[in-house]
Write a protein that binds this ligand. Structure first.
Ligand code: GN1
Ligand code: MG
Length: 360
């Protein structure tokens, strides 16, 4: 998908649909996301809001998605969890449908907050674990049947395999040759993962995109404040959220890193993250704890195979900054998958020791 540009004039006219004081606001694009278009709205130098176009090709049920977000935000607010507010439109809705169509929402900006793409800092990893645990504690009382699947089968390996197979059957010969090793690894790992035993696991309302840069931290105290980007909030299993966090916290390299010697599995960061999770008290069942190492392999692999599929499909799904970015992302995610595969026994030992409820 190509990057889309919006003029200040267009953004101003969109903002006018929301119930905020009329002022001469400035806009600054935030370009880290691969799906939506996001802009910081500033009053002079002060960021006040986040304006976002929701990609309706990726998320066709915008009403369902925004209902999910509203329900969840209702739960996601307490002393240790920073509330995010949706700004209503002048018609009292939570999003604005623009002719085209395009779909826009406006959220409060959390003053004094920051996010990290990567970290080498165990206290940050621990805070990340703590806030993800808190997110799940707060949503434990949510009724999963209230939430629609914004992307059905989002983390379903079988679906991702089918999409990969279909991309293989239509891709250019040249691309199949360039990606030969990645394709081979994908096939082998699909076999391996299909065989990895899974006990039956509870369904929770999950975030489903708990990468490190979806966590806001206080610049002043270093505390994690809350999770952002709730578009994929829907039913799921806890090890999905665990795995997405591990792939972006325990690996200190960015997702499209080309130098694979920089991709590492950092044990101190893994342990700090698990300690952060444990700091909320018992949350997970025995079966969920047993599934955590699988999550740490499944999630980088799933993102890798999705990036590979999109590379073979000529970048239809993700926004890419350059032609081969999806292939670079795939190779880097597969490299971390390999490194995590070597740490299965280590991960099992740590999560059992730190997370099992001593009373059970
Ligand atoms: C996409 O655009 P962004 O960064 O919020 C993707 C996530 C991936 C992420 C990075 C709906 O999210 O699953 O973690 O890229 N979201 C969707 O790989 O596909
Ligand atoms: Mg996202």
């Amino acid at each position: 998908m190509a990057l889309i540009n919006f003029s200040d004039k267009e953004l101003k006219s969109l903002l006018a649909h929301f119930a905020i004081p009329e002022k001469d606001y400035f806009f600054r694009p935030l370009t880290d996301g691969y799906i939506n278009d996001t802009f910081l709205v500033l009053d002079g130098k002060r960021p006040l809001f986040v304006l976002q176009r929701i990609n309706h090709l990726v998320f066709p049920n915008i009403t369902g998605l925004m209902n999910n977000v509203q329900y969840a935000l209702h739960h996601l607010s307490n002393a240790g969890y920073q509330r995010i507010n949706l700004v209503e439109t002048r018609n009292g809705g939570v999003f604005h449908e623009h002719p085209g169509p395009s779909y826009w929402r406006l959220m409060s900006y959390i003053d004094g907050s920051t996010a990290y793409n990567t970290t080498r800092d165990p206290p940050i990893a621990k805070e990340a674990g703590s806030i993800i645990g808190k997110f799940h504690l707060l949503l434990q009382s949510a009724d999963t049947s209230d939430y629609v699947d914004t992307i059905p089968r989002f983390h379903d390996l079988e679906l991702r395999k089918q999409q990969f197979d279909s991309a293989l059957s239509t891709a250019d010969k040249a691309k199949l040759t360039i990606a030969r090793e990645a394709i081979q690894f994908a096939k082998e790992t699909l076999n391996k993962l299909e065989k990895m035993h899974q006990e039956s696991l509870p369904i929770r309302v999950c975030h489903n995109d708990t990468k490190l840069n979806n966590i806001l931290f206080s610049k002043e105290t270093g505390k994690a404040l809350c999770l952002i980007d709730l578009d994929t909030l829907m039913k799921g299993h806890f090890h999905f959220d665990f795995g997405d966090a591990i792939r972006t916290i325990v690996n200190t390299a960015p997702e499209d890193e080309k130098d694979h010697s920089k991709i590492t599995f950092e044990k101190p960061l893994f342990e700090a993250f698990v300690e952060g999770l444990a700091s909320n008290g018992p949350l997970l069942s025995k079966a969920e704890i047993n599934a955590l190492p699988l999550g740490a392999i499944l999630m980088p692999f799933l993102h890798g195979i999705r990036a590979l599929t999109d590379y073979l499909n000529n970048n239809r799904y993700y926004k890419v900054a350059y032609e081969n970015q999806n292939l670079d992302r795939c190779l880097s995610l597969f490299d971390f998958t390999k490194k995590a595969l070597h740490q299965v026994d280590y991960m099992s030992e740590v999560v059992k020791r730190k997370l099992r409820d001593p009373k059970k």
